[in-house]
Design a protein around this ligand. Sequence first.
Ligand code: HEM
Length: 509
Amino acid sequence: MFLLLLLTACTAAFFYIKWNYTYWQRKGFPYYEPKIPFGVLDEVRKRKATFGIAVSDVYRNTKDRVVGIYLMTRPALLVRDAHLARDMLTRDFESFHDRGIHVDDEKDPQSSGGVFFLKGLDWKSLRVKLTPLFTSGKLKAMFGTVEDVGDKMVNYLNAQLPDEGAKEVEMKSVMSTFAIDIIASVILGLEVDSFVEPNNAIRNISRKINLPTFGNVVRGTCQFLYPGLERLFMRLGWREEAPNMMRDLVKQTIQMREAHNISRKDMLQLLMQLRNKGEINADDNDWSATKVGKVDSKHMSIETIASNLFLFYVAGYETTASTASFTVFELSQYPEVLEKAQRDIREALEKHDNNFTYEAVQDMKYLDLCIMETTRKYPGLPILNRECTKDYPLPDSNLVIKSGTPIIIPLLGMHRDEKYFPDPMRWDPERFLNKNYEPAAYMPFGEGPRHCIAQRMGRVNTKVALAKLLLNFNIEVNPVRKEIEIANFGVPIIAKDGVNVRLSKRKST
Ligand code: HEM
């Protein structure tokens, strides 16, 4: 009897698996031969590639506009055509407005109440409320704090480097410290200097998130691939530590500010304004958040504030640090570009009477091109993802993408495809001046209504780090041009052996 049951169960499992992995075949879509049971994640399981690289490999090894793939057991659609991808993100946004990742903002607002996660109208309403945080007026008002962090980085490097000659510096860790302190001060309003005191509250939260522990790996995978399972973990009480630590930190800071009537120019203050007054003040000089009547927490609960600040931390830290450090690395390989970038920074400052202001940084146009080129070659996120939210007839075909299908746009693959960017491994900021590329394929901050809400802030912060560095230090040119070797872990592009560059002090700035 037992053997019969076992046989029946095995036969049923065999047919279910066969049926599941023929999804794309049955729907008539071109597909990538699945490796059962991991699909395109097989290389990730073997620790031979990251998710982004594995998807990029499928992109390079296929030809069709769309290709059916399997993310473990889940069928997903890889969109290989840049124009089609752009249409889905913009014109046809109505059919692709969600990311399809774990959301339980009712029971789990701390982990999933961030604007990145929310769906449909909940997302739209929060996005509208948060957009005024990132206007140029607000960024300009907070600029002094960003510059201070840049100066702390310069002090740190001055202490590390010899007075004469050059020394090798691992730029990723320097830029990570810069990015963490920006988040801590500009976003959370904390007075920290991680260059001098690396064991502060925000660094401790950062360590919790970045450790590749069993829990972090399981939760990260489920959040993206099996949102139902992630919801179950949350409901069973398996809480993540980092969001809770962030909530406590945010709560203490809000209580302290309210008790002592403290007002600071940072994002926490703006979110307190939203909570206490119902909206973010359009006047860039008015940062007060004094309560008007009874607080209506539907505008913004403390959980939602903490959740979004935590999200800004996660979304802003690695992206800014890697964009800045990869730019320094590439500048060390292209002396003619380095020279032009240095001249651009000097000229922009001269135009502003040598004052390092928000406007001067805006005028560093060549530096903008350098950042554009870095975010092309090393996009902060190697893929963009959406969920099909309404059955979508694929243009110029008789195929229909079913509602609920995960959509993957292989950003890294497209950004390094010579069809779109000639000589793609060459780091050439001037390709954007010469218009020597396909604009539809360039989406480093995403595209459409759900693009990066803080694109402007990401650019400004990265420019401050680079301009401060180039004004105060020489980057030694690498005699032999080489490529960064990408590590086989994590979602973003991480350099396997760090980003090592030789720096020396500049005699005059
Ligand atoms: C160089 C720096 C940055 C890069 C390259 C970058 C890139 C991206 C990308 C590719 C997306 C996905 C867009 C899409 O799906 O269409 C995104 C979304 C997002 N980013 Fe950034 N980002 C950067 C900096 C920041 C910073 C500093 C913050 C916060 C302070 C931030 C907050 C967000 C948020 C909240 C979203 C989700 C938007 C939504 O779903 O409505 N990013 N970012």
